[in-house]
Design a binder for this molecule. Sequence first.
Ligand code: GDP
Ligand code: MG
Length: 483
Amino acid sequence: LSSAISEVAKNFGPKRRISEKSIQSALRQVRRALLDADVNVEVADTLVEGVRKRSLGSEILDGVTADQQFIKAMYDELLDLMGGDSTLSPLASQQAKSVPAATLAVGTPEYPAVILLAGLQGAGKTTAGAKLALYLKEREVNYDMVDKDLDSAKMLASRLPTRNRKVLLVAADVYRPAAIQQLEILGKSIGIEVFSKGTEADPVDIVTEAIAKAKAEGFDTVIVDTAGRQVIDVDLMSELKNIKKVSNPSETLLIVDAMTGQEAASLTAAFNDAVGLTGAILTKMDGDSRGGAAVSVRGVSGKPIKFIGIGEKVADLEPFYPDRMASRILGMGDVISLVEKAAAQVSDEDALKMQQKMREATFDFDDFMKQSELVSKMGNLAGIAKMMPGVGNQLNMNQIRDVEARLKKNKAMINSMTKKERMSPELLITDSTARSRLMRITKGSGCRFEEGLQFMSEFQKMRTMMSRMQKSMGSAMDPSLAE
Ligand code: GDP
Ligand code: MG
């Protein structure tokens, strides 16, 4: 799919606007590519129509070509479809990136949350039950996020299903003797209790008893593994309906194999009509899936994909991130970030003002601050470096992080300066009061004095470089001569 769409996009060339005419054949090809990737027809049509509306009349951003813009329209449409919020401003959407799509209902020992798993045989229900149990049992802090940005980590935590739960797994697949044993073995391996009554018991009774046990023993979450069939049949559905009636689940999740092709759509529709889904888990995403199932499931049911299975082991479960899935389907994460960054970039006006300043060599701390903000508007340095061909590999990521940390400190110091100091850097560099001023500033900003000295020396170098640059470049820097 990704290569087909990039082929289509290439045809736009370096135009300034995407026209009705240029887009028509492109959309036809995109539609075919979607169908080839096993996306359901109606879902594909909705998607194509959305891309058409989004692309038409959209002014092409500076530094971005029409084909990149087209890909971005595809991406935004996919993201919308999969439950991500792409209506945010470009900057906000940068921050909102990689937020999981959905949460799971939380129960209490008095009223445990029941999670009912449904799906065809072999879809991965039993495995998903154990994975989910382990996931909900564990208390986990996403150190990766905390390291980068505490706010996003908090936001992420607030949207993740509450962890640290007491979970009971219920073996309600009585048709395959091995199914109960399979769940018991899995449960044992992750320290989760499994409730079973053998193959003679009625699934509805098993579930009723399991919930009573959960209430009596203070479990807050009950995960019910049910039977599947090779195809959807009446017996399967009526059994599910009965289990649902007695268990009043807060979540009814469809377990779908990501490799399921076209049938993903009818499968989703059938289960949704019969038992009413609240979401889905897409399994076997570690395989060679074309992503069509993900698009179809969401498109047909309107219900979120909540988790993805990424391997056979019990730890191989991840929350579903709409943006990652959209990038994966298009295979063009880099293009998308590029367009987003271009959209977030400073206006030309700001850039011109900065050039003017440089020419007049009146570059002061306020300008330094603005310049740093331009850099942070572009996203973090590491992210930018990674996108630049060839650069990312050469630059040591630790070095980049050091630079970022220093920029942060510099900003703190500037914030501790008086207005006068910001506008007259001499006061901090050559003036007789420079030392005591710098002492006050470093103290006030929680930096070491040596860091203040280092900043001043860097600042001086930067200033000298700027004035040398304007001298040597002369008219080349003149915005009136620029195209
Ligand atoms: P059920 O019949 O729906 O209960 O399916 P099972 O849970 O028994 O899984 C069927 C097969 O798929 C087993 O061999 C699992 O190990 C495998 N499986 C389940 N989830 C995943 C996954 O996310 N990735 C991979 N590679 N295999 C999986
Ligand atoms: Mg099973």
